[in-house]
Design a protein around this ligand. Sequence first.
Ligand code: 5CA
Ligand code: ZN
Length: 423
Amino acid sequence: MRSWSVPAVPDLPPVSETLELYDTTASTTVSTSSRRGVASLYVCGITPYDATHLGHANTYVHFDTLVRYWRACGLEIQYVQNVTDIDDPLLERATATGVDWRDLAESQTQLFREDMAALGVIPPTYYVGAVEMIPAVVEDVERLLDLGIAYPVEAVDAAGEDYYFDIAAAEQQTEWRLGSIGRYDRPAMEALFPDRGGDPDRPGKRDPLDPLLWRAAREGEPQWSGGELGEGRPGWHIECSVIARRHLPAPFTIQGGGSDLRFPHHEFSAAHATAADGRPLAEGYMHTGMVGLDGEKMSKSRGNLVLVSQLRAQGTDPQAIRTLILSNHWREDWAYTDGALRGAEERLTTWKSALRATPHRHDDAVSATDLQYALMSAMSGDLNSPAALHTLDLWAAGQISPKTSASDVRDVVMALLGIDLAA
Ligand code: 5CA
Ligand code: ZN
């Protein structure tokens, strides 16, 4: 699928910094200085029925900062992001609004592309829709069936059968254990499952938490050929498992998304992948904090959204949105307020005026490496973007790298933080 335009990213001299990142599965920070000069990343993309709210933007801007940091370390990046362009919430919204589900998905994906480009997010190497990957999903589900890790469940309202993943069989045959990715205990998983697309009460399932792999065609629903599975459409977790496995090495470096994906989504994407090919899906898992509004998680289903496109239409500088997002640590939950956005705007204005007051050339100019090191070492402990922004505050106050030329400062800040101080 088409992604979006690549922002200008100045090349910096590569520096070797190690990066500590908090890994959900390890419950601690781990060093991720990558081997073989390549770092690979999969970040779960949008379900395109109501894009792009600040929660989405928060996720993709923080992972963009990871990509920029890795680049500055001289690593080659392989980055994949999906679009869940077929799933229940998309179909429900299409039916409720009388729009064709394909038109809804395409229009919201296009809006997302425009928002990402405006926010200066570097596009993924591969941007892949679920619909494009259905033959590969069928292949993996058939393989799980052959291995005895998937099973059919009779569907009273369909001609064919639905297929589910057998948690117990996977635990017997693979190294994956329920809870090993999301790190929740069973009661917590049981509490989360029904609210996050799960169907614990479906008759015929072997374990209430077994997730859906393939849904048999229902009347009026889109459907694709599923080989021996019959007509139908993919479940959610197998989508990301398959897209990642077909585009990235196994295991790849980081699987990412918001913390609402710890369970069931990343738990089962990882389980499906390990069951299908015997290897773990990813080396580490990063989960960004949730953005809220008025005391609740911002979500399409609740409708309490601050949309990036709305802010842009009201004249908000996308760089201020980026500044607002980066002023929060990637793991932190935070709540949107107009006041916080105003604060980010003022901060950006201060940096921009400081840049305008910075000479293009100092007689005794120092190279940009100074500021680059200051920013990167601020971020090296768990990609600490608030510390990086604080470093910029110190630069604007003349306390750090006062001799770096204006164009060098602009390049370093643009490359590492995606903020253009000259714009
Ligand atoms: N298509 C699936 C992932 S495969 C999905 O979760 N789509 S989504 O549109 O609901 O969310 C897209 C991304 O934004 C996910 O990584 C999700 O974790 C993140 N996200 C959703 N809501 C919020 C929020 N309020 N705050 C922070 N991140 C959020
Ligand atoms: Zn996903």
